[in-house]
Ligand binder design. Structure first.
Ligand code: ARG
Length: 465
C-alpha cells in the first residue's frame, strides 16, 4: 500500500507505490500546467451541471466554485507546489480542492474522466490562444499594408529563380504577403470553428450512467455544441493536427519573409535597412550588423514543421479511444503556440520599422534587363509573333551583356540589324516606371493598383485613414 504522502487518486487497486523513474516519466505536470485556467473553467462548468442535475447540493457547488477560484489565484501567485506524484494538472487541482474543502472536492470527478477533461481543456486552450494568434496575424498584415501604401511607387526588381525578372513595386511585393497571411488567419479560424465542440461528458470513452446535461456544459464553456460521439470526443486529436498544420504553413510564410529580409538587408542587395534594435553584432568583427531575428524566425520554422510531423506520427497507429501516447501532444502544440506568439508580433515590429532604400531597388531593377519582356511585347504590338519577338530581344540582351550596356542604351543600328521593326522609338520608351505603370489591371504591380488594393485591405483590416 502506498504511504499517505504518495497515495494516488487512482491508488485503490495498487499494492505498491510507483517506481520513481517511471513516475517521473508518467508525469506531465511540467507541460500541462499551462492548461490550469481551462482546467478550472471546465471543472466549474462540470460542477454547475452536476448541481443542476441533482448530483451536487447547492452548498457543495458553492464550496467547489469558491475552492476552484482560490486555487486559480494560488497558481497565479505561484503558491501551488507542482509534484510529479500528482501526475498532471487535473489531479493537482482536484487534490488541492479536496485538501481545501474536503468531501465535496471528492465528488467533482463524478461523471467525468481525465480523458474528456484533458480533451476539453486542450480545445479551450488552443481556441483561446489561436484567436490571439489570428489577432497578431492581423496586426502583421496592417504593418505590411502601411508599408505597401508608403512604397506603392518604389520600383524594385521582381525575381524568379532569384534572377531579375520584371520590375515590380515594393508595395506590390509586400501585398503578396498580406494575401498569404490572410489565408493563414483563415486556416486558423477554420480550425477553431471545427474544434469548437465540447468533449465533456464523454467521460472515459462511453459516456456515463448519470443523466448529464452536455448541452449545458458546452454552452457554459462557449462551445458551439457538444461532440456528438463520446468515443470520438476522447480519441480525436485532429484539432491539434489542424492547428499544427495551419501553424506550420504560417511559419513557412514567415520564414520566406525572413529569408527575403536577410537577402534585402545584405549589402549586395541593400534594399532594406533594419533598425539596430532588431539586429545584433559580432563578437569579433566590429563592422557586423546581423539580421539575427529574421534568421531565428527562419530557423524556428524547422521546429514548427517538426511539431506537425511529430504529432502526425504520434497519432497514426493509435487504436481508439484514449492512449497515453496522446499525453505527448501538448508539448508539441504548446511549443508552437509559444513560438508563434513571439514570432508574429516580432515580425509586425520589424516590418513597421524597416527602412527601404528605393534608390538601391531602382538601380537593381535597371541593371537586370527587367524591361526585356516589355520590349518583346512592343514588337508583338507591331505584328511580330511573340516567339520571334522573344528571340530578337534575347539577341539584343546578349549584345548588351557583351558590350556592358543596358537595354535602354541599345544603339539604333544594332536594333535595326536585329529586326526592322525594332525601332529607336521603342527603345526610348523603355523604363522601369513605365513597365510597372502599364501593369495596372486587377492584381498587377502598378502603383495605382497597389493603392487600390491597399484601400481594400485598410477597410478590411479596420485601419484608420
Ligand atoms: N495527463 C493526461 C494527458 O495529458 C490526462 C489524461 C489521462 N488519462 C488517463 N486515462 N490516464 O493525456
Amino acid at each position: 500500500m502506498a504511504d499517505k504522502e504518495t497515495k494516488k487518486l487512482w491508488g485503490g487497486r495498487f499494492a505498491e507505490s510507483m517506481d520513481a523513474l517511471c513516475e517521473r516519466m508518467n508525469a506531465s505536470i511540467d507541460v500541462d500546467r499551462a492548461l490550469y485556467r481551462e482546467d478550472i473553467e471546465g471543472s466549474k462548468a462540470h460542477a454547475r451541471m452536476l448541481a443542476a442535475i441533482g448530483v451536487l447540493t447547492d452548498e457543495e457547488l458553492a464550496a467547489i466554485l469558491k475552492g476552484l477560484d482560490e486555487i486559480r489565484a494560488e497558481i497565479e501567485r505561484g503558491e501551488l507546489a507542482f509534484r510529479a506524484e500528482l501526475e498532471d494538472i487535473h489531479m493537482h487541482i482536484e487534490a488541492r480542492l479536496t485538501e481545501k474543502i474536503g468531501e465535496a472536492g471528492k465528488k467533482l470527478h463524478t461523471a467525468r474522466s481525465r480523458n474528456d477533461q484533458v480533451a476539453t481543456d486542450f480545445r479551450l486552450h488552443l481556441r483561446r490562444r489561436m484567436q490571439g494568434i489570428v489577432e497578431e496575424i492581423r496586426g502583421l498584415q496592417r504593418a505590411l499594408v502601411a508599408q505597401a501604401e508608403r512604397w506603392a511607387e518604389a520600383v524594385m526588381p521582381g525575381f524568379t529563380h532569384l534572377q531579375v525578372a520584371q520590375p515590380v513595386t515594393f508595395g506590390f511585393h509586400l501585398l503578396a504577403y498580406v494575401e498569404m497571411l490572410d489565408r493563414d488567419a483563415g486556416r486558423m479560424e477554420d480550425a477553431i470553428r471545427r474544434m469548437n465542440e465540447c468533449p465533456l461528458g464523454a467521460a472515459a470513452l462511453a459516456g456515463t450512467t448519470f443523466a448529464i446535461d452536455r448541452e449545458m456544459t458546452a454552452r457554459e464553456l462557449g462551445f458551439a455544441r457538444p461532440c456528438r460521439n463520446a468515443m470520438d470526443a476522447v480519441s480525436a486529436r485532429d484539432f491539434v493536427l489542424e492547428f499544427l498544420a495551419a501553424g506550420a504553413i504560417h511559419a513557412v510564410h514567415l520564414s520566406r519573409l525572413a529569408e527575403e529580409l536577410v537577402l534585402w538587408t545584405s549589402p549586395f542587395f541593400g534594399f532594406v535597412e533594419l533598425p539596430d534594435r532588431f539586429c545584433t553584432g559580432s563578437s569579433i568583427m566590429p563592422q557586423k550588423k546581423n539580421p539575427d531575428i529574421p534568421e531565428l524566425a527562419r530557423g524556428k520554422t524547422g521546429g514548427v514543421i517538426g511539431a506537425l510531423v511529430a504529432m502526425l506520427a504520434l497519432m497514426k497507429a493509435l487504436p481508439l479511444a484514449y492512449n497515453k501516447d496522446m499525453q505527448e501532444d501538448k508539448a508539441h502544440a504548446l511549443r508552437v503556440l509559444d513560438e508563434l506568439e513571439m514570432l508574429v508580433p516580432a515580425f509586425a515590429s520589424i516590418i513597421a520599422g524597416m527602412k527601404p532604400n528605393p534608390a538601391r531597388m531602382r538601380k537593381a531593377a535597371e541593371e537586370g534587363f527587367a524591361t526585356a519582356t516589355d520590349l518583346a511585347e512592343m514588337l508583338v504590338r507591331k505584328g511580330v509573333p511573340f516567339r520571334e519577338a522573344h528571340e530578337v530581344v534575347g539577341k539584343a540582351v546578349a549584345w548588351c551583356v557583351a558590350h556592358d550596356k543596358r537595354l535602354e542604351e541599345l544603339p539604333a543600328e544594332v536594333a535595326q540589324s536585329l529586326h526592322p521593326k525594332l525601332s529607336p522609338a521603342m527603345i526610348a520608351q523603355l523604363s522601369v516606371e513605365r513597365a510597372v505603370a502599364a501593369r495596372r489591371h486587377l492584381g498587377g504591380t502598378a502603383p495605382e493598383e497597389v493603392r487600390r488594393q491597399c484601400a481594400f485591405w485598410k477597410q478590411k483590416l479596420g485601419m484608420e485613414d
